[in-house]
Ligand binder design. Structure first.
Ligand SMILES: Cc1ncc(COP(=O)(O)O)c(C=O)c1O
Length: 384
């Protein structure tokens, strides 16, 4: 095996638009053209089987995939046990004949999948000497950055829309974070952070390269949990879309390592009809999404009117033969009740939106009987 088993195989950053490269040992945010940087790994000559065997013998957290992650000093990481989440089959509420599995992310530290990306980004910020970290957030990302910063003894600042539930604000403060609020959405909250100039690393979605790497581990876990055979569909609640971007790259990397065979899953990017910029762009055939003016939704995680990685999400959806779909959020409370009573599982609204999308696609015949579908239940309902 090339390099030491156990060391990161990350080699460089690559601009997602131009292919320009940058070094990993310096802080990086957006590339000179304003596009996200992505992490590239040096996988030539790496023995995939050897890696797979090493992963199988390690504790069940996202850090078992350390060779495919960009943290250099793995042994000094700050780890709250993120990742290694259950994959649970729906028994009673799936559309007839469709094999639906739930990737239950609500048990992550701070109650959402945001733990994966922010663990990685805060660890990298720490490794690169950040004086502090900050983020605009709809809520879950703020909780995650606040917890990982606390564990890392780094100051944290979060900016939240002013209608964010008070208990989220309180919990961020409990972790020691400074909390700013702003009217409007997380885009407006982001402007509040720009007023500060103290060198804190801004870990906003896709404006730095490492959150997508943490989210990538959802794809690595799915492959391993299904015995290296991926499902037909991945149905994913999409705001900024970091998870789709990350998983798409994860599957590329596993394929390069010779660990995947067969067809790649089709991504379904799920949004709500009151804020659906990616769905509109998908339907128009556009490569990037126009910002959504006046977003109207109480599904906070999906109230993302503009995403810097929009073109990467649309590209992943199209490349896999997937689609983008908006659901009507009026149906979410009933869907949550049905899943709780029928399956014994409590869903957050973003996860429930995916359940509605699966029903819709199965009723249209797009998702067919006999197909396997993974639904991402991304956040614990108690975070609302
Ligand atoms: C529970 C939940 N699901 C989905 C999303 C959307 O995530 P992303 O913006 O990474 O696409 C969020 C974002 O806040 C969230 O909190």
């Amino acid at each position: 095996m090339k390099g030491d088993l156990g060391s990161s195989l990350a080699a460089r950053l690559v601009c997602s638009r131009t292919g320009e490269t940058a070094r990993l040992d310096r802080p990086a945010f957006l590339s000179p053209t304003g596009a996200p940087w992505l992490v590239e790994y040096d996988l030539d000559g790496v023995d995939g089987e050897e890696l797979r065997a090493a992963w199988a013998g390690r504790p069940c957290s996202m850090w078992r995939y350390r060779e495919l992650l960009p943290l250099i000093a793995h042994e000094h990481r700050v780890d709250l046990g993120e990742g290694g989440t259950p994959l649970v089959r729906l028994r009673r509420t799936a559309p007839p004949g469709v094999d639906v599995w739930v990737k239950e992310e609500g048990g992550n530290p701070t109650g959402s999948f945001k733990a994966r990306g922010l663990s990685m980004a805060v660890n990298r910020a720490r490794e690169l000497g950040a004086p502090g970290v900050q983020i605009p957030s709809a809520g879950n990302a703020a909780l995650a950055i606040a917890a990982y910063a606390a564990a890392s003894d780094l100051p944290a600042r979060v900016a939240l829309p002013e209608d964010t539930p008070a208990k989220i604000v309180e919990r961020c403060r409990e972790y020691g974070a400074e909390v700013l609020t702003a009217p409007g959405t997380l885009v407006d909250a982001g402007h509040r952070l720009a007023e500060r100039d103290d060198g804190f690393f801004n870990l906003a979605t896709m404006k730095e390269p490492y959150r997508a790497e943490g989210k990538k581990t959802m794809g690595l876990e799915l492959a391993e949990q299904f015995g290296w055979e991926l499902p037909d569909w991945i149905v994913y609640p999409t705001g900024g879309g970091t998870g789709i971007i990350g998983m798409h790259r994860a599957f590329d990397q596993l394929a390069r390592l010779g660990l995947l065979s067969g067809r790649r899953p089709r991504f379904v990017a799920v949004q709500v009809s009151g804020c659906a910029p990616l769905v509109r762009a998908f339907e128009k055939g556009d490569a990037a999404a126009e910002p959504w003016t006046d977003p109207q939704t109480r599904v906070w995680g999906l109230r993302v009117p503009r995403a810097v990685g929009d073109f990467l999400v649309l590209d992943a959806v199209r490349a896999t033969g997937g689609l983008a779909l908006a659901v009507d959020e009026g149906g979410l409370p009933t869907a949550c009740r049905r899943l709780a009573a029928g399956e014994g599982m409590r869903f957050g609204p973003e996860g429930a939106a995916c359940a509605l999308a699966i029903e819709e696609l199965a009723s249209r015949g797009t998702i067919e009987r006999g197909q396997r579908v993974v639904l991402f239940q991304t956040g614990h309902p108690d975070n609302y």
